[in-house]
Design a protein around this ligand. Structure first.
Ligand code: ZN
Ligand code: ZN
Length: 400
């Protein structure tokens, strides 16, 4: 195993230039969710060039996303590695980087450009070691993570067929460059998007007695909803209820008919989720009723909580500790954000981990989704080396 580790290390070092070049190319050419057409083309072309055997382009009826397989000595066991490939519809503000977005209004502000590059170079390294690979590797380049629409299409397209375990990573600006964050069990939250349409009766602003004011109802609903987390959920159980958009009214003297509110619920346990969703509906409905109005409540359940398999996570973290030392591996904090990698780990054991890319001196410590977000490229070879070693140790039937 030591010999294989050294081989991998050498191969990764020899690819560092290409790794950074690819990351910056994808950064300069971002494409939004389910429109990753050029990104997909380049991924497929690179995989072919690297000698990857099976390359399937597209999923969900669109030519975006790639599912590929490297066949080693045997078909099984098979481990999957996943990268998400989409960018965000926002304007990049950082004019000082030469590889800034060339697609106006679209930006790789979450680091998925780095995920593509890391997985491509991992494929290159593994393809060169194919003759020694005691199993197979599935490579998943998933579209539309930001809209939580991609993972389910990848699964429908057969992305997990024959797969025994899965690993994925996210670059992380909040961890110092090169530090790896693992977490067993619950990691990213379940996501619900909610709509509350508050209905009253329009009228003159000077004659409220003839109207049923949905603005006052909506205001009371927003405040009342805040008692769910503070008064009804166990204080040691994570939960969030946020109303993030309120829309209603047209002029200073008109009481409108309706106010529309949009927000999100984040939870971990299915029981808490069910209870919070139910209470949001009950409280909104009854507050409106008390004020002579009504409510239409719509809940869109987006993605379940991401629950890392404890054994596989411990296995991956131990590979990381062996490679990079105890001090490079930390326990990651629980996160109320969503991540549709959760759908994969519902089906097969796996782990999602963080690769620190935060470096203040390089300006890569900006928050994800910030218009100045950037990635410290020097941390990326760590991701490749770790992915490749996880693959070999898992396929050899090492610690699980
Ligand atoms: Zn994101
Ligand atoms: Zn992301």
């Amino acid at each position: 195993m030591i010999k294989m580790r050294e081989k991998i290390k050498k191969l990764v070092e020899s690819c560092k230039g290409e790794l950074i070049e690819l990351r910056r190319h994808f950064h300069a050419h971002p494409e939004p969710s389910f429109e990753e057409y050029e990104t997909t083309k380049l991924i497929a072309q690179k995989l072919k060039e690297y000698g990857v055997d099976e390359i399937k382009v597209g999923c969900g009826g669109k030519a975006s996303g790639v599912i590929a397989t490297i066949r080693g000595l045997f078909d099984r066991p098979m481990i999957a590695l996943r990268a998400d490939i989409d960018a965000l519809k926002m304007k990049e503000e950082n004019q000082s980087i030469p590889y800034r977005s060339q697609n106006e209004g679209v930006m790789h502000a979450c680091g998925h450009d780095a995920h593509i590059a890391v997985l491509l170079i991992t494929a290159k390294v593994l393809a060169q070691l194919k003759g020694e690979l005691p199993g197979s590797v599935r490579l998943i380049f998933q579209p539309a993570e930001e809209t939580a629409a991609g993972a389910k299409e990848i699964i429908k397209a057969g992305g997990l067929d024959g797969v025994d375990a899965i690993a994925g990573l996210h670059v992380w600006a909040y961890l110092p460059s090169g530090v790896l964050g693992f977490r067993k069990g619950p990691f990213f939250a379940a996501v619900d998007r909610i709509e509350i349409n508050v209905k009253g009766k329009g009228g003159h602003g000077a004659a409220p007695q003839f109207a049923v004011d949905p603005i006052v109802m909506a205001s009371n609903i927003v405040l009342a909803l805040q008692t769910i987390v503070s008064r009804e959920v166990d204080p040691i159980e994570p939960a969030v209820v946020s109303i993030c958009k309120i829309e209603g009214g047209t002029a200073f003297n008109i009481i409108p008919e309706e106010v529309k509110m949009v927000g999100t619920i984040r939870t971990f346990s299915p029981q808490t989720r069910e209870r919070v969703v139910k209470r949001v509906e009950e409280i909104s409905t009854n507050v409106a009723k008390a004020m002579r109005g009504s409510v239409e409540f719509i809940d869109y359940y987006s993605t379940p909580a991401l629950i890392n398999d404890p054994n596989f996570t411990e296995f991956a973290a131990s590979v990381a500790r062996d490679l990079f030392g105890e001090r490079s591996v930390v326990e990651a904090d629980i996160n109320m954000g969503g991540e549709d990698f959760s759908l994969y780990v519902e089906k097969v054991p796996g782990t999602f981990f963080l690769l620190g890319t935060g470096n203040k001196d390089k300006g890569t410590d900006k928050a994800h989704h910030n218009p100045y977000f950037d990635v410290d490229d020097d941390a990326l070879p760590i991701g490749v080396e770790l992915f490749a070693n996880i693959v070999f140790e898992f396929l050899r039937g090492g610690k699980r």
